[in-house]
Design a protein around this ligand. Structure first.
Ligand SMILES: NC(=O)C1=CN([C@@H]2O[C@H](COP(=O)(O)OP(=O)(O)OC[C@H]3O[C@@H](n4cnc5c(N)ncnc54)[C@H](O)[C@@H]3O)[C@@H](O)[C@H]2O)C=CC1
Ligand SMILES: O=C(O)[C@H]1O[C@H](OP(=O)(O)OP(=O)(O)OC[C@H]2O[C@@H](n3ccc(=O)[nH]c3=O)[C@H](O)[C@@H]2O)[C@H](O)[C@@H](O)[C@@H]1O
Length: 432
């Protein structure tokens, strides 16, 4: 099948590469010519384990190409995926400007019948709206079908998730369209759920909202555990044995970040509100998360009183390990607060520093070397559970820092391991 993918971000690029790997001929289109040039040279514009090798392999095999010219990328496509961003507007709702502009790009440039597949996360009703945008802007006689195919990959394991996900959801208006999409996706060998378009759109928001709820729930339990002297990890383990609850997404910490949970929970609250439903449960999930992201500041302040002149090692900037993405990372909340309180900050991250420098306004120092970050620090704050932070020999805190005081926002170490060292250690939902 000849496929075009509009947008080469985390979702579009991984989708394009994966579709080419299972044998389709894919052209990825992006409005950013510099991205297209980098991709055409075989260099991924995002960090995702396993992506570069697949990109190179399929480009060399002639199944994968990149262009900034919509007419070129769309010229022979039977199916066009839209995978552009749907960021949060000031009122919390999803900004559909990019999706609409991609729809107009399709409408103006196609000369053949196509199926347009919306992979971007969009509110219920958007697929029909976008079909209307395309139909009103395209040439007469061209038949366009629309389908919703929400994406469930996680950053940092996007390639693995695409080939080994739990399900593929296809929302279509007619069986023929659903069948074509099922056939395209058949080599992924995953359960395929065919449904109506509105339900497919809602499955995406409901899934992200539910996962965010699990995280805020366990974070609330963690905070109660702290007051009562219980250990949230033991509690989560005990809960997870119950298969109705399951062990996943019960890791307490500094709160969820990323480009999707914060934006999609807000968009669902907004969508519900627009339809006269006050989604109180989800509003609380968001509030718990906002508080959780700054929880460590209270702990730090009650330990030190003042941070003026204190040197702090911030360990991790990305919103989770194995990604260079800082969108809604707790680091973006913590660093301005620490700076405002007068701390002298050195931040460590193995791959996200390039993106961090674009988003962090405060004058702080950066390093990709973990020991250099710890050198002469008065305290350390763990924001991202990078493998090298988790695997560090705990004696390094003692050897390198002025004072081995660690505020761990990701519960990286077992309390038994910490007890073997002379470290002052504060974590989330566990006895200090
Ligand atoms: N990032 C993630 O892990 C996941 C994201 N999603 C959803 O997928 C969508 C895309 O997210 P990301 O890939 O993170 O976005 P992104 O912001 O990383 O990438 C979007 C890309 O689209 C390009 N673009 C915008 N308008 C265009 C147009 N008219 N023509 C061609 N290119 C255009 C931009 O230049 C950019 O490269 C969002 O709706 C998001 O909620 C869903 C699941 C996972
Ligand atoms: O729609 C999306 O964009 C994606 O959002 C999440 O994926 P992602 O944000 O990449 O990463 P997750 O692994 O879900 O982590 C999100 C945040 O939750 C935090 N988290 C996760 C799990 C947990 O138990 N505790 C916890 O605090 C992580 O540290 C991270 O900050 C979902 O897991 C994907 O299924 C979805 O496709």
């Amino acid at each position: 099948m000849r496929i075009a993918v509009i947008g080469t971000g985390y979702v579009g690029l991984v989708t394009g590469v994966a579709l080419s790997e299972i044998g389709h001929h894919v052209t990825c289109i992006d409005v950013d010519p510099s991205k297209v040039e980098t991709l055409s040279n075989g260099i991924p514009t995002i960090y995702e384990p396993g992506l570069e090798a697949l990109m190179k392999k399929n480009t060399a095999a002639g199944r994968l190409a990149f262009t900034a010219v919509h007419s070129e990328g769309l010229s022979e496509a039977a199916v066009v995926y839209i995978a552009v961003g749907t960021p949060k507007r000031a009122d919390g709702s999803a900004n559909l400007d990019y999706v609409e502009s991609a729809a107009k790009d399709i409408a103006r440039n196609i000369t053949q019948n196509v199926i347009v597949v919306i992979k971007s996360t969009v509110p219920v009703g958007t697929n029909f709206h976008i079909l209307n945008v395309i139909n009103t802007n395209t040439k007469p006689g061209i038949q366009v079908k629309i389908a919703s195919n929400p994406e469930f990959l996680r950053e940092g394991s996007a390639v693995k998730d695409t080939f080994h996900g739990d399900r593929i959801v296809i929302g279509a208006e007619d069986e023929a369209t659903a069948d074509i999409l099922a056939e395209i996706n058949a080599p992924f060998n995953m359960p395929i759920l065919k449904t109506d378009i509105s339900s497919a759109e809602m499955i995406k928001y409901a899934s992200n909202a539910f996962l965010a709820t699990k995280i805020s729930f366990i974070n609330e339990i963690a905070n109660i555990c702290e007051s009562l002297g219980a250990n949230v990890e033991e509690v989560a383990k005990g809960m997870g044995f119950d298969h109705r609850i399951g062990p996943d997404f019960l890791k307490a910490g500094i709160g969820y970040g990323g480009s999707c949970f914060p934006k999609d929970t807000n968009a669902l609250v907004q969508l519900a509100g627009n339809n006269h439903h006050d989604f109180n449960l989800l509003k609380s999930v968001i509030e718990v998360n906002n508080n959780q992201q700054i929880l460590l500041i209270d702990k730090i302040l009650s330990r030190f009183g003042s941070l003026a002149g204190k040197r702090v090692a911030v360990l991790g900037l990305a919103f989770k390990p194995h990604t260079d993405d800082l969108r809604e990372s707790p680091a973006l909340v913590m660093i301005p607060k620490l700076a405002e309180l007068g701390a002298d900050i050195i931040a460590y991250d193995p791959i996200a520093i390039g993106n961090a420098k674009k988003q962090i306004k405060e004058a702080i120092a950066y390093t990709e070397d973990l020991p250099s970050a710890l050198q002469n620090a008065d305290f350390a704050v763990i924001i991202t559970d990078w493998p090298d932070v988790k695997k560090i020999n705990l004696s390094a805190y003692n050897q390198l820092m002025n004072d081995p005081i660690v505020f761990d926002g990701r519960n990286c170490y077992s309390l038994d391991a910490v007890k073997q060292e002379t470290i002052e250690y504060y974590s989330i939902g566990r006895p200090d």
